[in-house]
Write a protein that binds this ligand. Structure first.
Ligand SMILES: [Zn+2]
Length: 187
């Protein structure tokens, strides 16, 4: 049997084609060869998609359902910080047998090519307003600085007193050292 389909998202269905009720599960990973999505967040070239796919033979064709775990990257829509966030994409589509009925997707050479199905679902899963964290405060309208970043510095504040305490000790030490030779000379 010739196999014309050989894309990274092509899954064989030969052993269940025209056997309604049969089911197969496939797990595989694909690294993207092109970017998916064109917003301020997208799936970069090389982004890894971990797929869990279930193929079920039904009367009209092969019903494909599954999930893809991936990460999108881009910038926070409020403060422009670089972000990388995990996302679970769900998809389901009927691949009809050729000539059966008018559908968007067909079983070809006893294979199903999931690329467009997964891509469309993945792009739809991208947030319209991505944020680095749900309560990102965005940019200060006056200074243009990241308000969340200054909030994070405040959260780290407990470290600062210790550093300043160390700094004081060091300063005192330096002062004592610098005085010591004077004292020695005097005595
Ligand atoms: Zn942000």
């Amino acid at each position: 049997m010739k196999t014309r389909l050989n894309g990274p998202f092509v899954v064989p269905a030969r052993d269940i084609v025209r056997h309604p009720g049969e089911m197969r599960e496939h797990s595989f990973s694909v690294a993207l060869k092109e970017q998916w999505g064109e917003g301020i967040v997208s799936y970069e070239v090389g982004a890894e998609f971990d797929l869990e796919v279930r193929l079920e033979a039904v009367h009209e064709g092969i019903l494909v359902s599954g999930t893809a775990d991936a990460e999108y990257t881009g910038v926070c829509g409020r403060c422009l910080t670089d972000i990388t966030e995990p996302v679970e994409v769900e998809f389901q589509e009927l691949f009809a047998y050729p000539g059966e009925e008018e559908t968007d997707f067909e079983v070809q050479d006893d294979h199903v090519d999931l690329e467009i199905v997964v891509r469309d679902a993945a792009v739809l899963s991208l947030p319209f307003q991505p944020v680095c964290q749900p309560d990102c405060l965005g940019l200060d309208p006056v200074t243009g600085e990241r308000l969340t970043e200054s909030a994070e510095i405040e959260q780290d504040a407990p470290i600062d007193p210790r550093w300043s305490a160390l700094q004081q000790i060091t300063d005192q030490g330096n002062t004592a050292d610098s005085r010591a030779p004077e004292n020695t000379e005097e005595s």
